[in-house]
Write a protein that binds this ligand. Structure first.
Ligand SMILES: *Cc1c(COP(=O)(O)O)cnc(C)c1O
Length: 220
């Protein structure tokens, strides 16, 4: 669908008092596709693979876009990630917190960080357990080169709406609990092409939409 249609659907699901940011997920899409959306006013883009993203970001640097890492981050890519991204949404272990803080260039503003939660406890998914959020949040908040902004999750794609909604509701409760301890926390990143309206109903403040916006992704 067009960017305008997607924005209308997001607004219809959220209402005026609940602003929701759109992250356009451009993984495996060519730089020209990003530039086209940027020309229509889209500023924030999400990427999954650090090296692919670094090349695209360098190519599009003149556009002044905001780049979010939403894919799993291996420790050996933390240095490059800390140099090229504005946000890292997939922090799920203490080792990564230290590495991102160490490598964030002094000339850049602090790196915005979301803690990724494995909300349905899936073996196949990265993310920390809900019990680990508080400790990780403390570690991020103690790093002056990092800025704790909130939580991110990729709930399991249950066929039953009630199960999907239960996962979103658990995330909302975890987010409210975190924000009570860290007043700067303002971002709950959840919802993708197939479920962004449900995620917004559960309090999402940032939806990550790829396929619905760009069409089917080229294969890697
Ligand atoms: C690919 C991806 C998305 C976008 O998924 P679509 O179904 O294409 O909208 C969102 N979040 C993450 C973490 C992703 O990897």
């Amino acid at each position: 669908m067009s960017l305008a249609t997607l924005r209308q659907q997001i607004e219809a699901a959220s209402g005026p008092s609940h602003p929701v940011r759109l992250l356009a997920v451009s993984k495996l899409q060519p730089a020209i596709a990003v530039a086209t959306l940027a020309g229509q006013g889209q500023r924030a883009f999400g990427e999954n693979y650090v090296q692919e993203a670094a090349a695209k970001i360098a190519e599009l640097t003149a556009l002044g876009l905001q780049w979010h890492l939403i894919g799993h981050l291996q420790s050996n890519k933390a240095e490059l990630a800390a140099q090229v991204f504005d946000w890292v949404q997939t922090v799920d272990r203490a080792k990564l917190v230290g590495a991102l803080a160490r490598y964030r260039p002094a000339a850049l503003p602090p790196l915005n960080v979301l803690i990724q939660v494995n909300i349905d406890d899936e073996d196949s998914k990265h993310g920390c357990a809900p019990e680990q959020i508080a400790g990780l949040a403390e570690a991020v908040a103690n790093e002056p080169r990092l800025c704790l902004r909130g939580l991110m999750a990729i709930p399991a794609p249950f066929p039953e709406a009630a199960k999907r909604q239960a996962a979103f509701a658990r995330m909302q409760a975890l987010f409210t609990g975190l924000a009570a301890h860290h007043p700067q926390v303002d971002t709950l990143s959840m919802g993708m092409s197939s479920d962004f309206a449900e995620a917004i109903a559960a309090g999402s403040t940032m939806v990550r939409v790829g396929t619905a916006l760009f069409g089917q992704r080229p294969s890697p």
